[in-house]
Write a protein that binds this ligand. Structure first.
Ligand SMILES: Nc1ncnc2c1ncn2[C@@H]1O[C@H](COP(=O)(O)OP(=O)(O)OP(=O)(O)O)[C@@H](O)[C@H]1O
Length: 253
């Protein structure tokens, strides 16, 4: 569905990220974690086509209309209601008004927003706005979803619920996902594959982890799967190593 090969990315003379390769298959949830400044968002922007790469290639058979994007700041238009925000993209895709509104309503309902469609974004909570933004993206039936910390501003409970909604939809629709996150627990609970970036500049992909937790996933129960804790410890230790350098183990003289 998407393959990035040996991608090097620079803003000045020195590469931020060097020789990064990753792939996403249909229905696969992939997360990208790493230290601050290692180039996670830059790589995601390059995959979105918003950032030039200086070497390597990014290949996908998908059209740009098959790719949905969710950033931390939602892209809702403040002067349009929730239904209008969701139906706008559908209308631009050629649906007539009645059908666009009906589909928008169905998506809002599916994401637990029944009865809130006539509200403006300012009349919704942070979690409700995120759900509208999610409905806006999912209504366009993306085959690949690219997300950069989209739920970081939400409190823990709302975040867990919205994230579970995304997982349910990804599992039922077979959408591929690439998520940039700082949250290692979230990365493991959600993903089939987690990539760890090393420290920048000249960051590279230092590890690729497969997460063997079966699907469908319940994000709370996933945390008690026997593979969760060992994988979390390994990821945490590898992340500490790339931030601090490998720890020296002292042995008694
Ligand atoms: N538009 C830009 N111009 C110049 N340098 C930039 C630009 N955007 C990002 N950078 C630099 O590139 C490096 C990688 O930034 P990026 O935002 O991709 O990292 P990140 O891993 O997503 O960081 P964080 O986890 O802190 O969000 C950083 O050193 C950053 O300062």
């Amino acid at each position: 569905m998407l393959r990035a090969e040996n991608v090097t990315l620079s803003y000045g003379a020195e590469p931020v990220l060097e020789g990064a390769s990753l792939s996403i298959e249909a229905g696969q949830f992939v997360s990208l974690v790493g230290p601050s400044g290692s180039g996670k968002s830059s790589l995601l922007r390059a995959i979105m086509g918003l950032q030039e790469i200086s070497d390597g290639r990014i290949e996908t058979p998908l059209q740009s209309t098959d790719i949905g994007i969710l950033f931390q700041d939602d892209a809702l238009l403040p002067w349009r209601t929730a239904i209008e925000n969701v139906s706008l993209g559908l209308r631009l895709n050629g649906r007539d008004r009645g059908r666009a509104v009906a589909e928008a309503e169905a998506w809002l309902e599916r994401l637990g927003l029944t009865g809130l469609g006539r509200r403006y974004p300012r009349e919704l909570s942070g979690g409700q706005r995120k759900r509208v933004a999610l409905a806006q993206v999912l209504a366009l039936k993306p085959r690949l979803l690219l997300m950069d910390e989209p739920f970081a501003s939400l409190d823990a409970i709302v975040r867990a619920r919205v994230t579970q909604d995304v997982v349910n939809l990804v599992e039922s629709e077979g959408i591929g996902v690439l998520l940039v996150t700082h949250d290692l627990e979230e990365a493991i609970a959600l993903s089939d594959v987690v990539y760890l970036l090393s420290n920048g500049p000249h960051a590279h992909i230092s590890q690729r982890y497969s997460v063997p937790i079966p699907r469908p996933r319940n994000l709370v129960k996933s945390r008690s799967h026997p593979t969760f804790a060992p994988l979390y410890e390994r990821l945490w230790s590898d992340l500490s190593d790339v931030v601090d350098g490998p720890r020296r183990i002292r042995t008694a003289a």
